[in-house]
Design a protein around this ligand. Structure first.
Ligand code: TTP
Ligand code: MG
Length: 294
């Protein structure tokens, strides 16, 4: 709703524009920076509705805001993060949807973690977490941020994991286990808070692949990713509990609604479950609604 400003202060105009921008950027392209004329056109429409007497401010005073323009990005975009314990089937879900829908998938950059200019940080972290966990998680945070910020062309962007699960599951676990010191944990959390408070992480839905720790333990053994061979069942139980705390019990902030899927089944059944939930995962209902209002 438009609030009519009494004195037409630039502050209230900016606040109003900013709110409109935030509303639009949930639905349209976040990265289009409009030209000065386009900004003015948008600003004038908003400002006219905000205060009818004062819509002729000089263009030099137009706030330099970033506005999502309808012309440049007709299709709305939804970001879905796929969460769940190690080996719960996140990559499998991504691959399934890549083969059936107009989606862009961003698989987890595990290969980057395994080769930072020749250094395998994932391996170092498992071998000596006291020494390497903080550095490893700092790098995970950086690469996750890249995933969140990445521009995609498809209307739906599916990301394996997020900044949030790294923070609330893995880092929390390392700290509780004493593998990350209090100082390291504090520095990590300050970085994390700065990022989520200042960056539009823009998650619209979380799909939680909920699997029993015993089940994922079996799968991890089978797929034999070399760095993970010594992972004990206890570690997977702890991670499972932290996923539950975050995604089911609401102990930490949730950036979006959560769709919970039973991920204990084998591939053919999992594919059936993915298919049954495709409309929710691909946000097709919301996409249709947004398309019809454009
Ligand atoms: P996952 O992020 O769980 O990915 P995955 O490919 O194992 O899962 P799925 O089988 O469901 O596709 O973990 C990848 C590896 O990285 C795993 O060894 C755990 C580790 N990891 C951390 O140690 N800290 C982190 O913050 C993250 C995100 C992963
Ligand atoms: Mg994976």
């Amino acid at each position: 709703m438009v609030t009519v400003c009494d004195n037409c202060s630039m502050f209230s105009i900016k606040r109003f524009l900013w709110r409109e921008y935030c509303l639009m950027s949930r639905t349209f392209c976040r990265d289009h920076v409009p030209s000065r004329t386009q900004t003015y056109a948008v600003w004038r429409v908003f400002h006219t509705s905000a205060c009818e007497q004062h819509h002729h401010l000089p263009t030099s005073r137009i706030p330099r805001i970033r506005v999502a323009m309808y012309d440049h990005c007709k299709r709305p975009k939804f970001t879905v993060c796929v969460e769940g314990n190690i080996g719960s089937g996140k990559t499998t879900l991504l691959e399934y949807f890549a083969s059936v829908g107009d989606v862009e998938i961003l698989a987890e950059p595990v290969d980057k973690w395994r080769n930072v200019n020749g250094h395998n940080l994932l391996d170092l972290m498992y071998k000596d977490p006291h020494r390497w966990a903080h550095l490893f998680q700092a790098y995970v945070q950086l690469t996750m941020m890249e995933q969140h910020l990445k521009n995609t062309l498809s209307p739906v962007k599916l990301i394996e994991r997020s900044l949030y699960s790294a923070r609330y599951c893995f880092v929390e676990n390392l700290y509780r286990e004493g593998k990350m010191s209090e100082a390291e944990y504090n520095v990590y959390c300050q970085w994390y808070n700065m990022i989520v408070q200042n960056m539009d992480v823009g998650v619209d839905l979380i799909v939680y692949l909920r699997a029993d720790p015993e089940k994922v333990f079996e799968r991890i053994k089978k797929r034999s990713r070399k760095e993970e061979q010594l992972i004990p069942l206890e570690y997977l139980k702890d991670l499972h509990a932290l996923h539950e705390e975050w995604l089911i019990e609401g102990k930490h902030p949730l950036p979006a609604p959560v769709l919970v899927l039973n991920a204990n089944e084998d591939l053919p059944v999992m594919e059936r479950i993915f298919k049954e939930n495709a409309a929710s995962i691909l946000c097709s209902n919301q996409l249709k609604e947004s398309a019809s209002t454009n």
